[in-house]
Design a protein around this ligand. Structure first.
Ligand SMILES: NC(=O)c1ccc[n+]([C@@H]2O[C@H](COP(=O)([O-])OP(=O)(O)OC[C@H]3O[C@@H](n4cnc5c(N)ncnc54)[C@H](O)[C@@H]3O)[C@@H](O)[C@H]2O)c1
Length: 263
């Protein structure tokens, strides 16, 4: 098993990619702390892991608050008997996050707090725990908007995810000789409830499909699999990497009448 004996904290484990990651990590032998702002959702994921034969505990936290983030890391370390893998995945898209002229300050601040400050706070609390464990790995979930800008205006989310990528590189450099690795994933559109609703409409699909080489969105399990690899010992020399998991979207340079994969 690829995460045998590992002790992992997954944030935003109550749904979507985080839930898929908790299940995947446990299937590969990790004990998992399932952290979320929504208590019932965290508990449901932990229960699903246990029902599948794994080991998991729920952890309630608002990761935008320093005390709450520290207590979540401490609870995970205490309940699992150590901590050597972190998947920083909690995130949010704010309904009022739009172009720069139209985005209220509150939407900017909330978006940065959930998507960027939470990663800083979890890392701040987790680095000492990872060192106590004798080493470990962290994967931060960013987005393709950190690489290419958003297809529709979303200034705060784009800025936050860019910050996640930059912070990941600095952490990777600063802690490399302490036996810690930090990497980032940049997923493309992934089939969590929000995105499925948004893309349920054929007209919305028709606009986007030409720019998606694989012609489909990701399943949450496909992003979880990338996080699993980066946390595993198979990735022991991967550090500071920013890995798109986007079906080729950021590799594509296409226009309406030129989609090379269509022959
Ligand atoms: N779904 C996509 O298309 C997509 C694409 C690129 C990147 N991402 C990123 O992947 C991550 C997961 O996205 P998802 O689609 O699975 O989202 P989701 O909404 O299904 O899950 C996010 C989870 O984070 C939790 N959360 C929110 N605020 C929190 C807080 N303050 N403290 C603790 N937990 C909190 C939520 O309760 C929720 O369970 C996010 O960081 C998102 O930005 C998603």
């Amino acid at each position: 098993m690829r995460l045998a004996g590992r002790k992992a904290l997954v944030t935003g484990a109550g749904g979507g990619i985080g839930r898929a990651a908790a299940l995947a990590f446990a299937r590969e032998g990790a004990q998992v702390a399932c952290c979320d702002l929504q208590q019932d959702a965290a508990a449901a994921t932990a229960q699903a892991v246990r029902a599948a034969g794994g080991t998991a505990v729920p952890v309630l936290a608002d990761l935008t608050e320093e005390d709450s983030a520290r207590e979540a890391v401490e609870a995970a370390e205490r309940q699992l008997g150590g901590l050597d893998a972190i998947f920083n995945n909690a995130g949010l898209v704010h309904a009022e996050d739009k172009g720069v002229a139209d985005t209220p300050l509150e939407a900017w601040q909330t978006t940065l707090a959930v998507n960027l400050t939470s990663v800083f706070l979890v890392c701040k609390a987790a680095v000492p725990a990872l060192l106590r464990a004798g080493g470990g790995a962290v994967v931060n979930n960013a987005s393709i908007v950190a690489l290419v800008g958003s297809a529709f205006p979303q200034i705060a989310y784009t800025a936050a995810k860019g910050g996640v990528v930059s912070m990941t590189r600095e952490l990777a450099v600063c802690h490399a000789r302490q036996g810690l690795r930090f990497n980032a994933i940049c997923p493309g559109p992934t089939g969590t409830p929000l995105v499925r609703t948004f893309l349920s409409d054929e007209a919305a699909w028709a606009k986007r499909r030409p720019y998606m080489p694989q012609g489909r969105i990701a399943e949450p399990e496909e992003i979880a699999a990338v996080a699993l690899f980066l946390l595993s010992r198979e990735a022991s020399y991967v550090n500071g990497a920013v890995l798109p998991a986007d079906g080729g979207i950021t590799a594509a340079y296409v226009v309406d009448d030129c989609q090379p994969w269509q022959g």
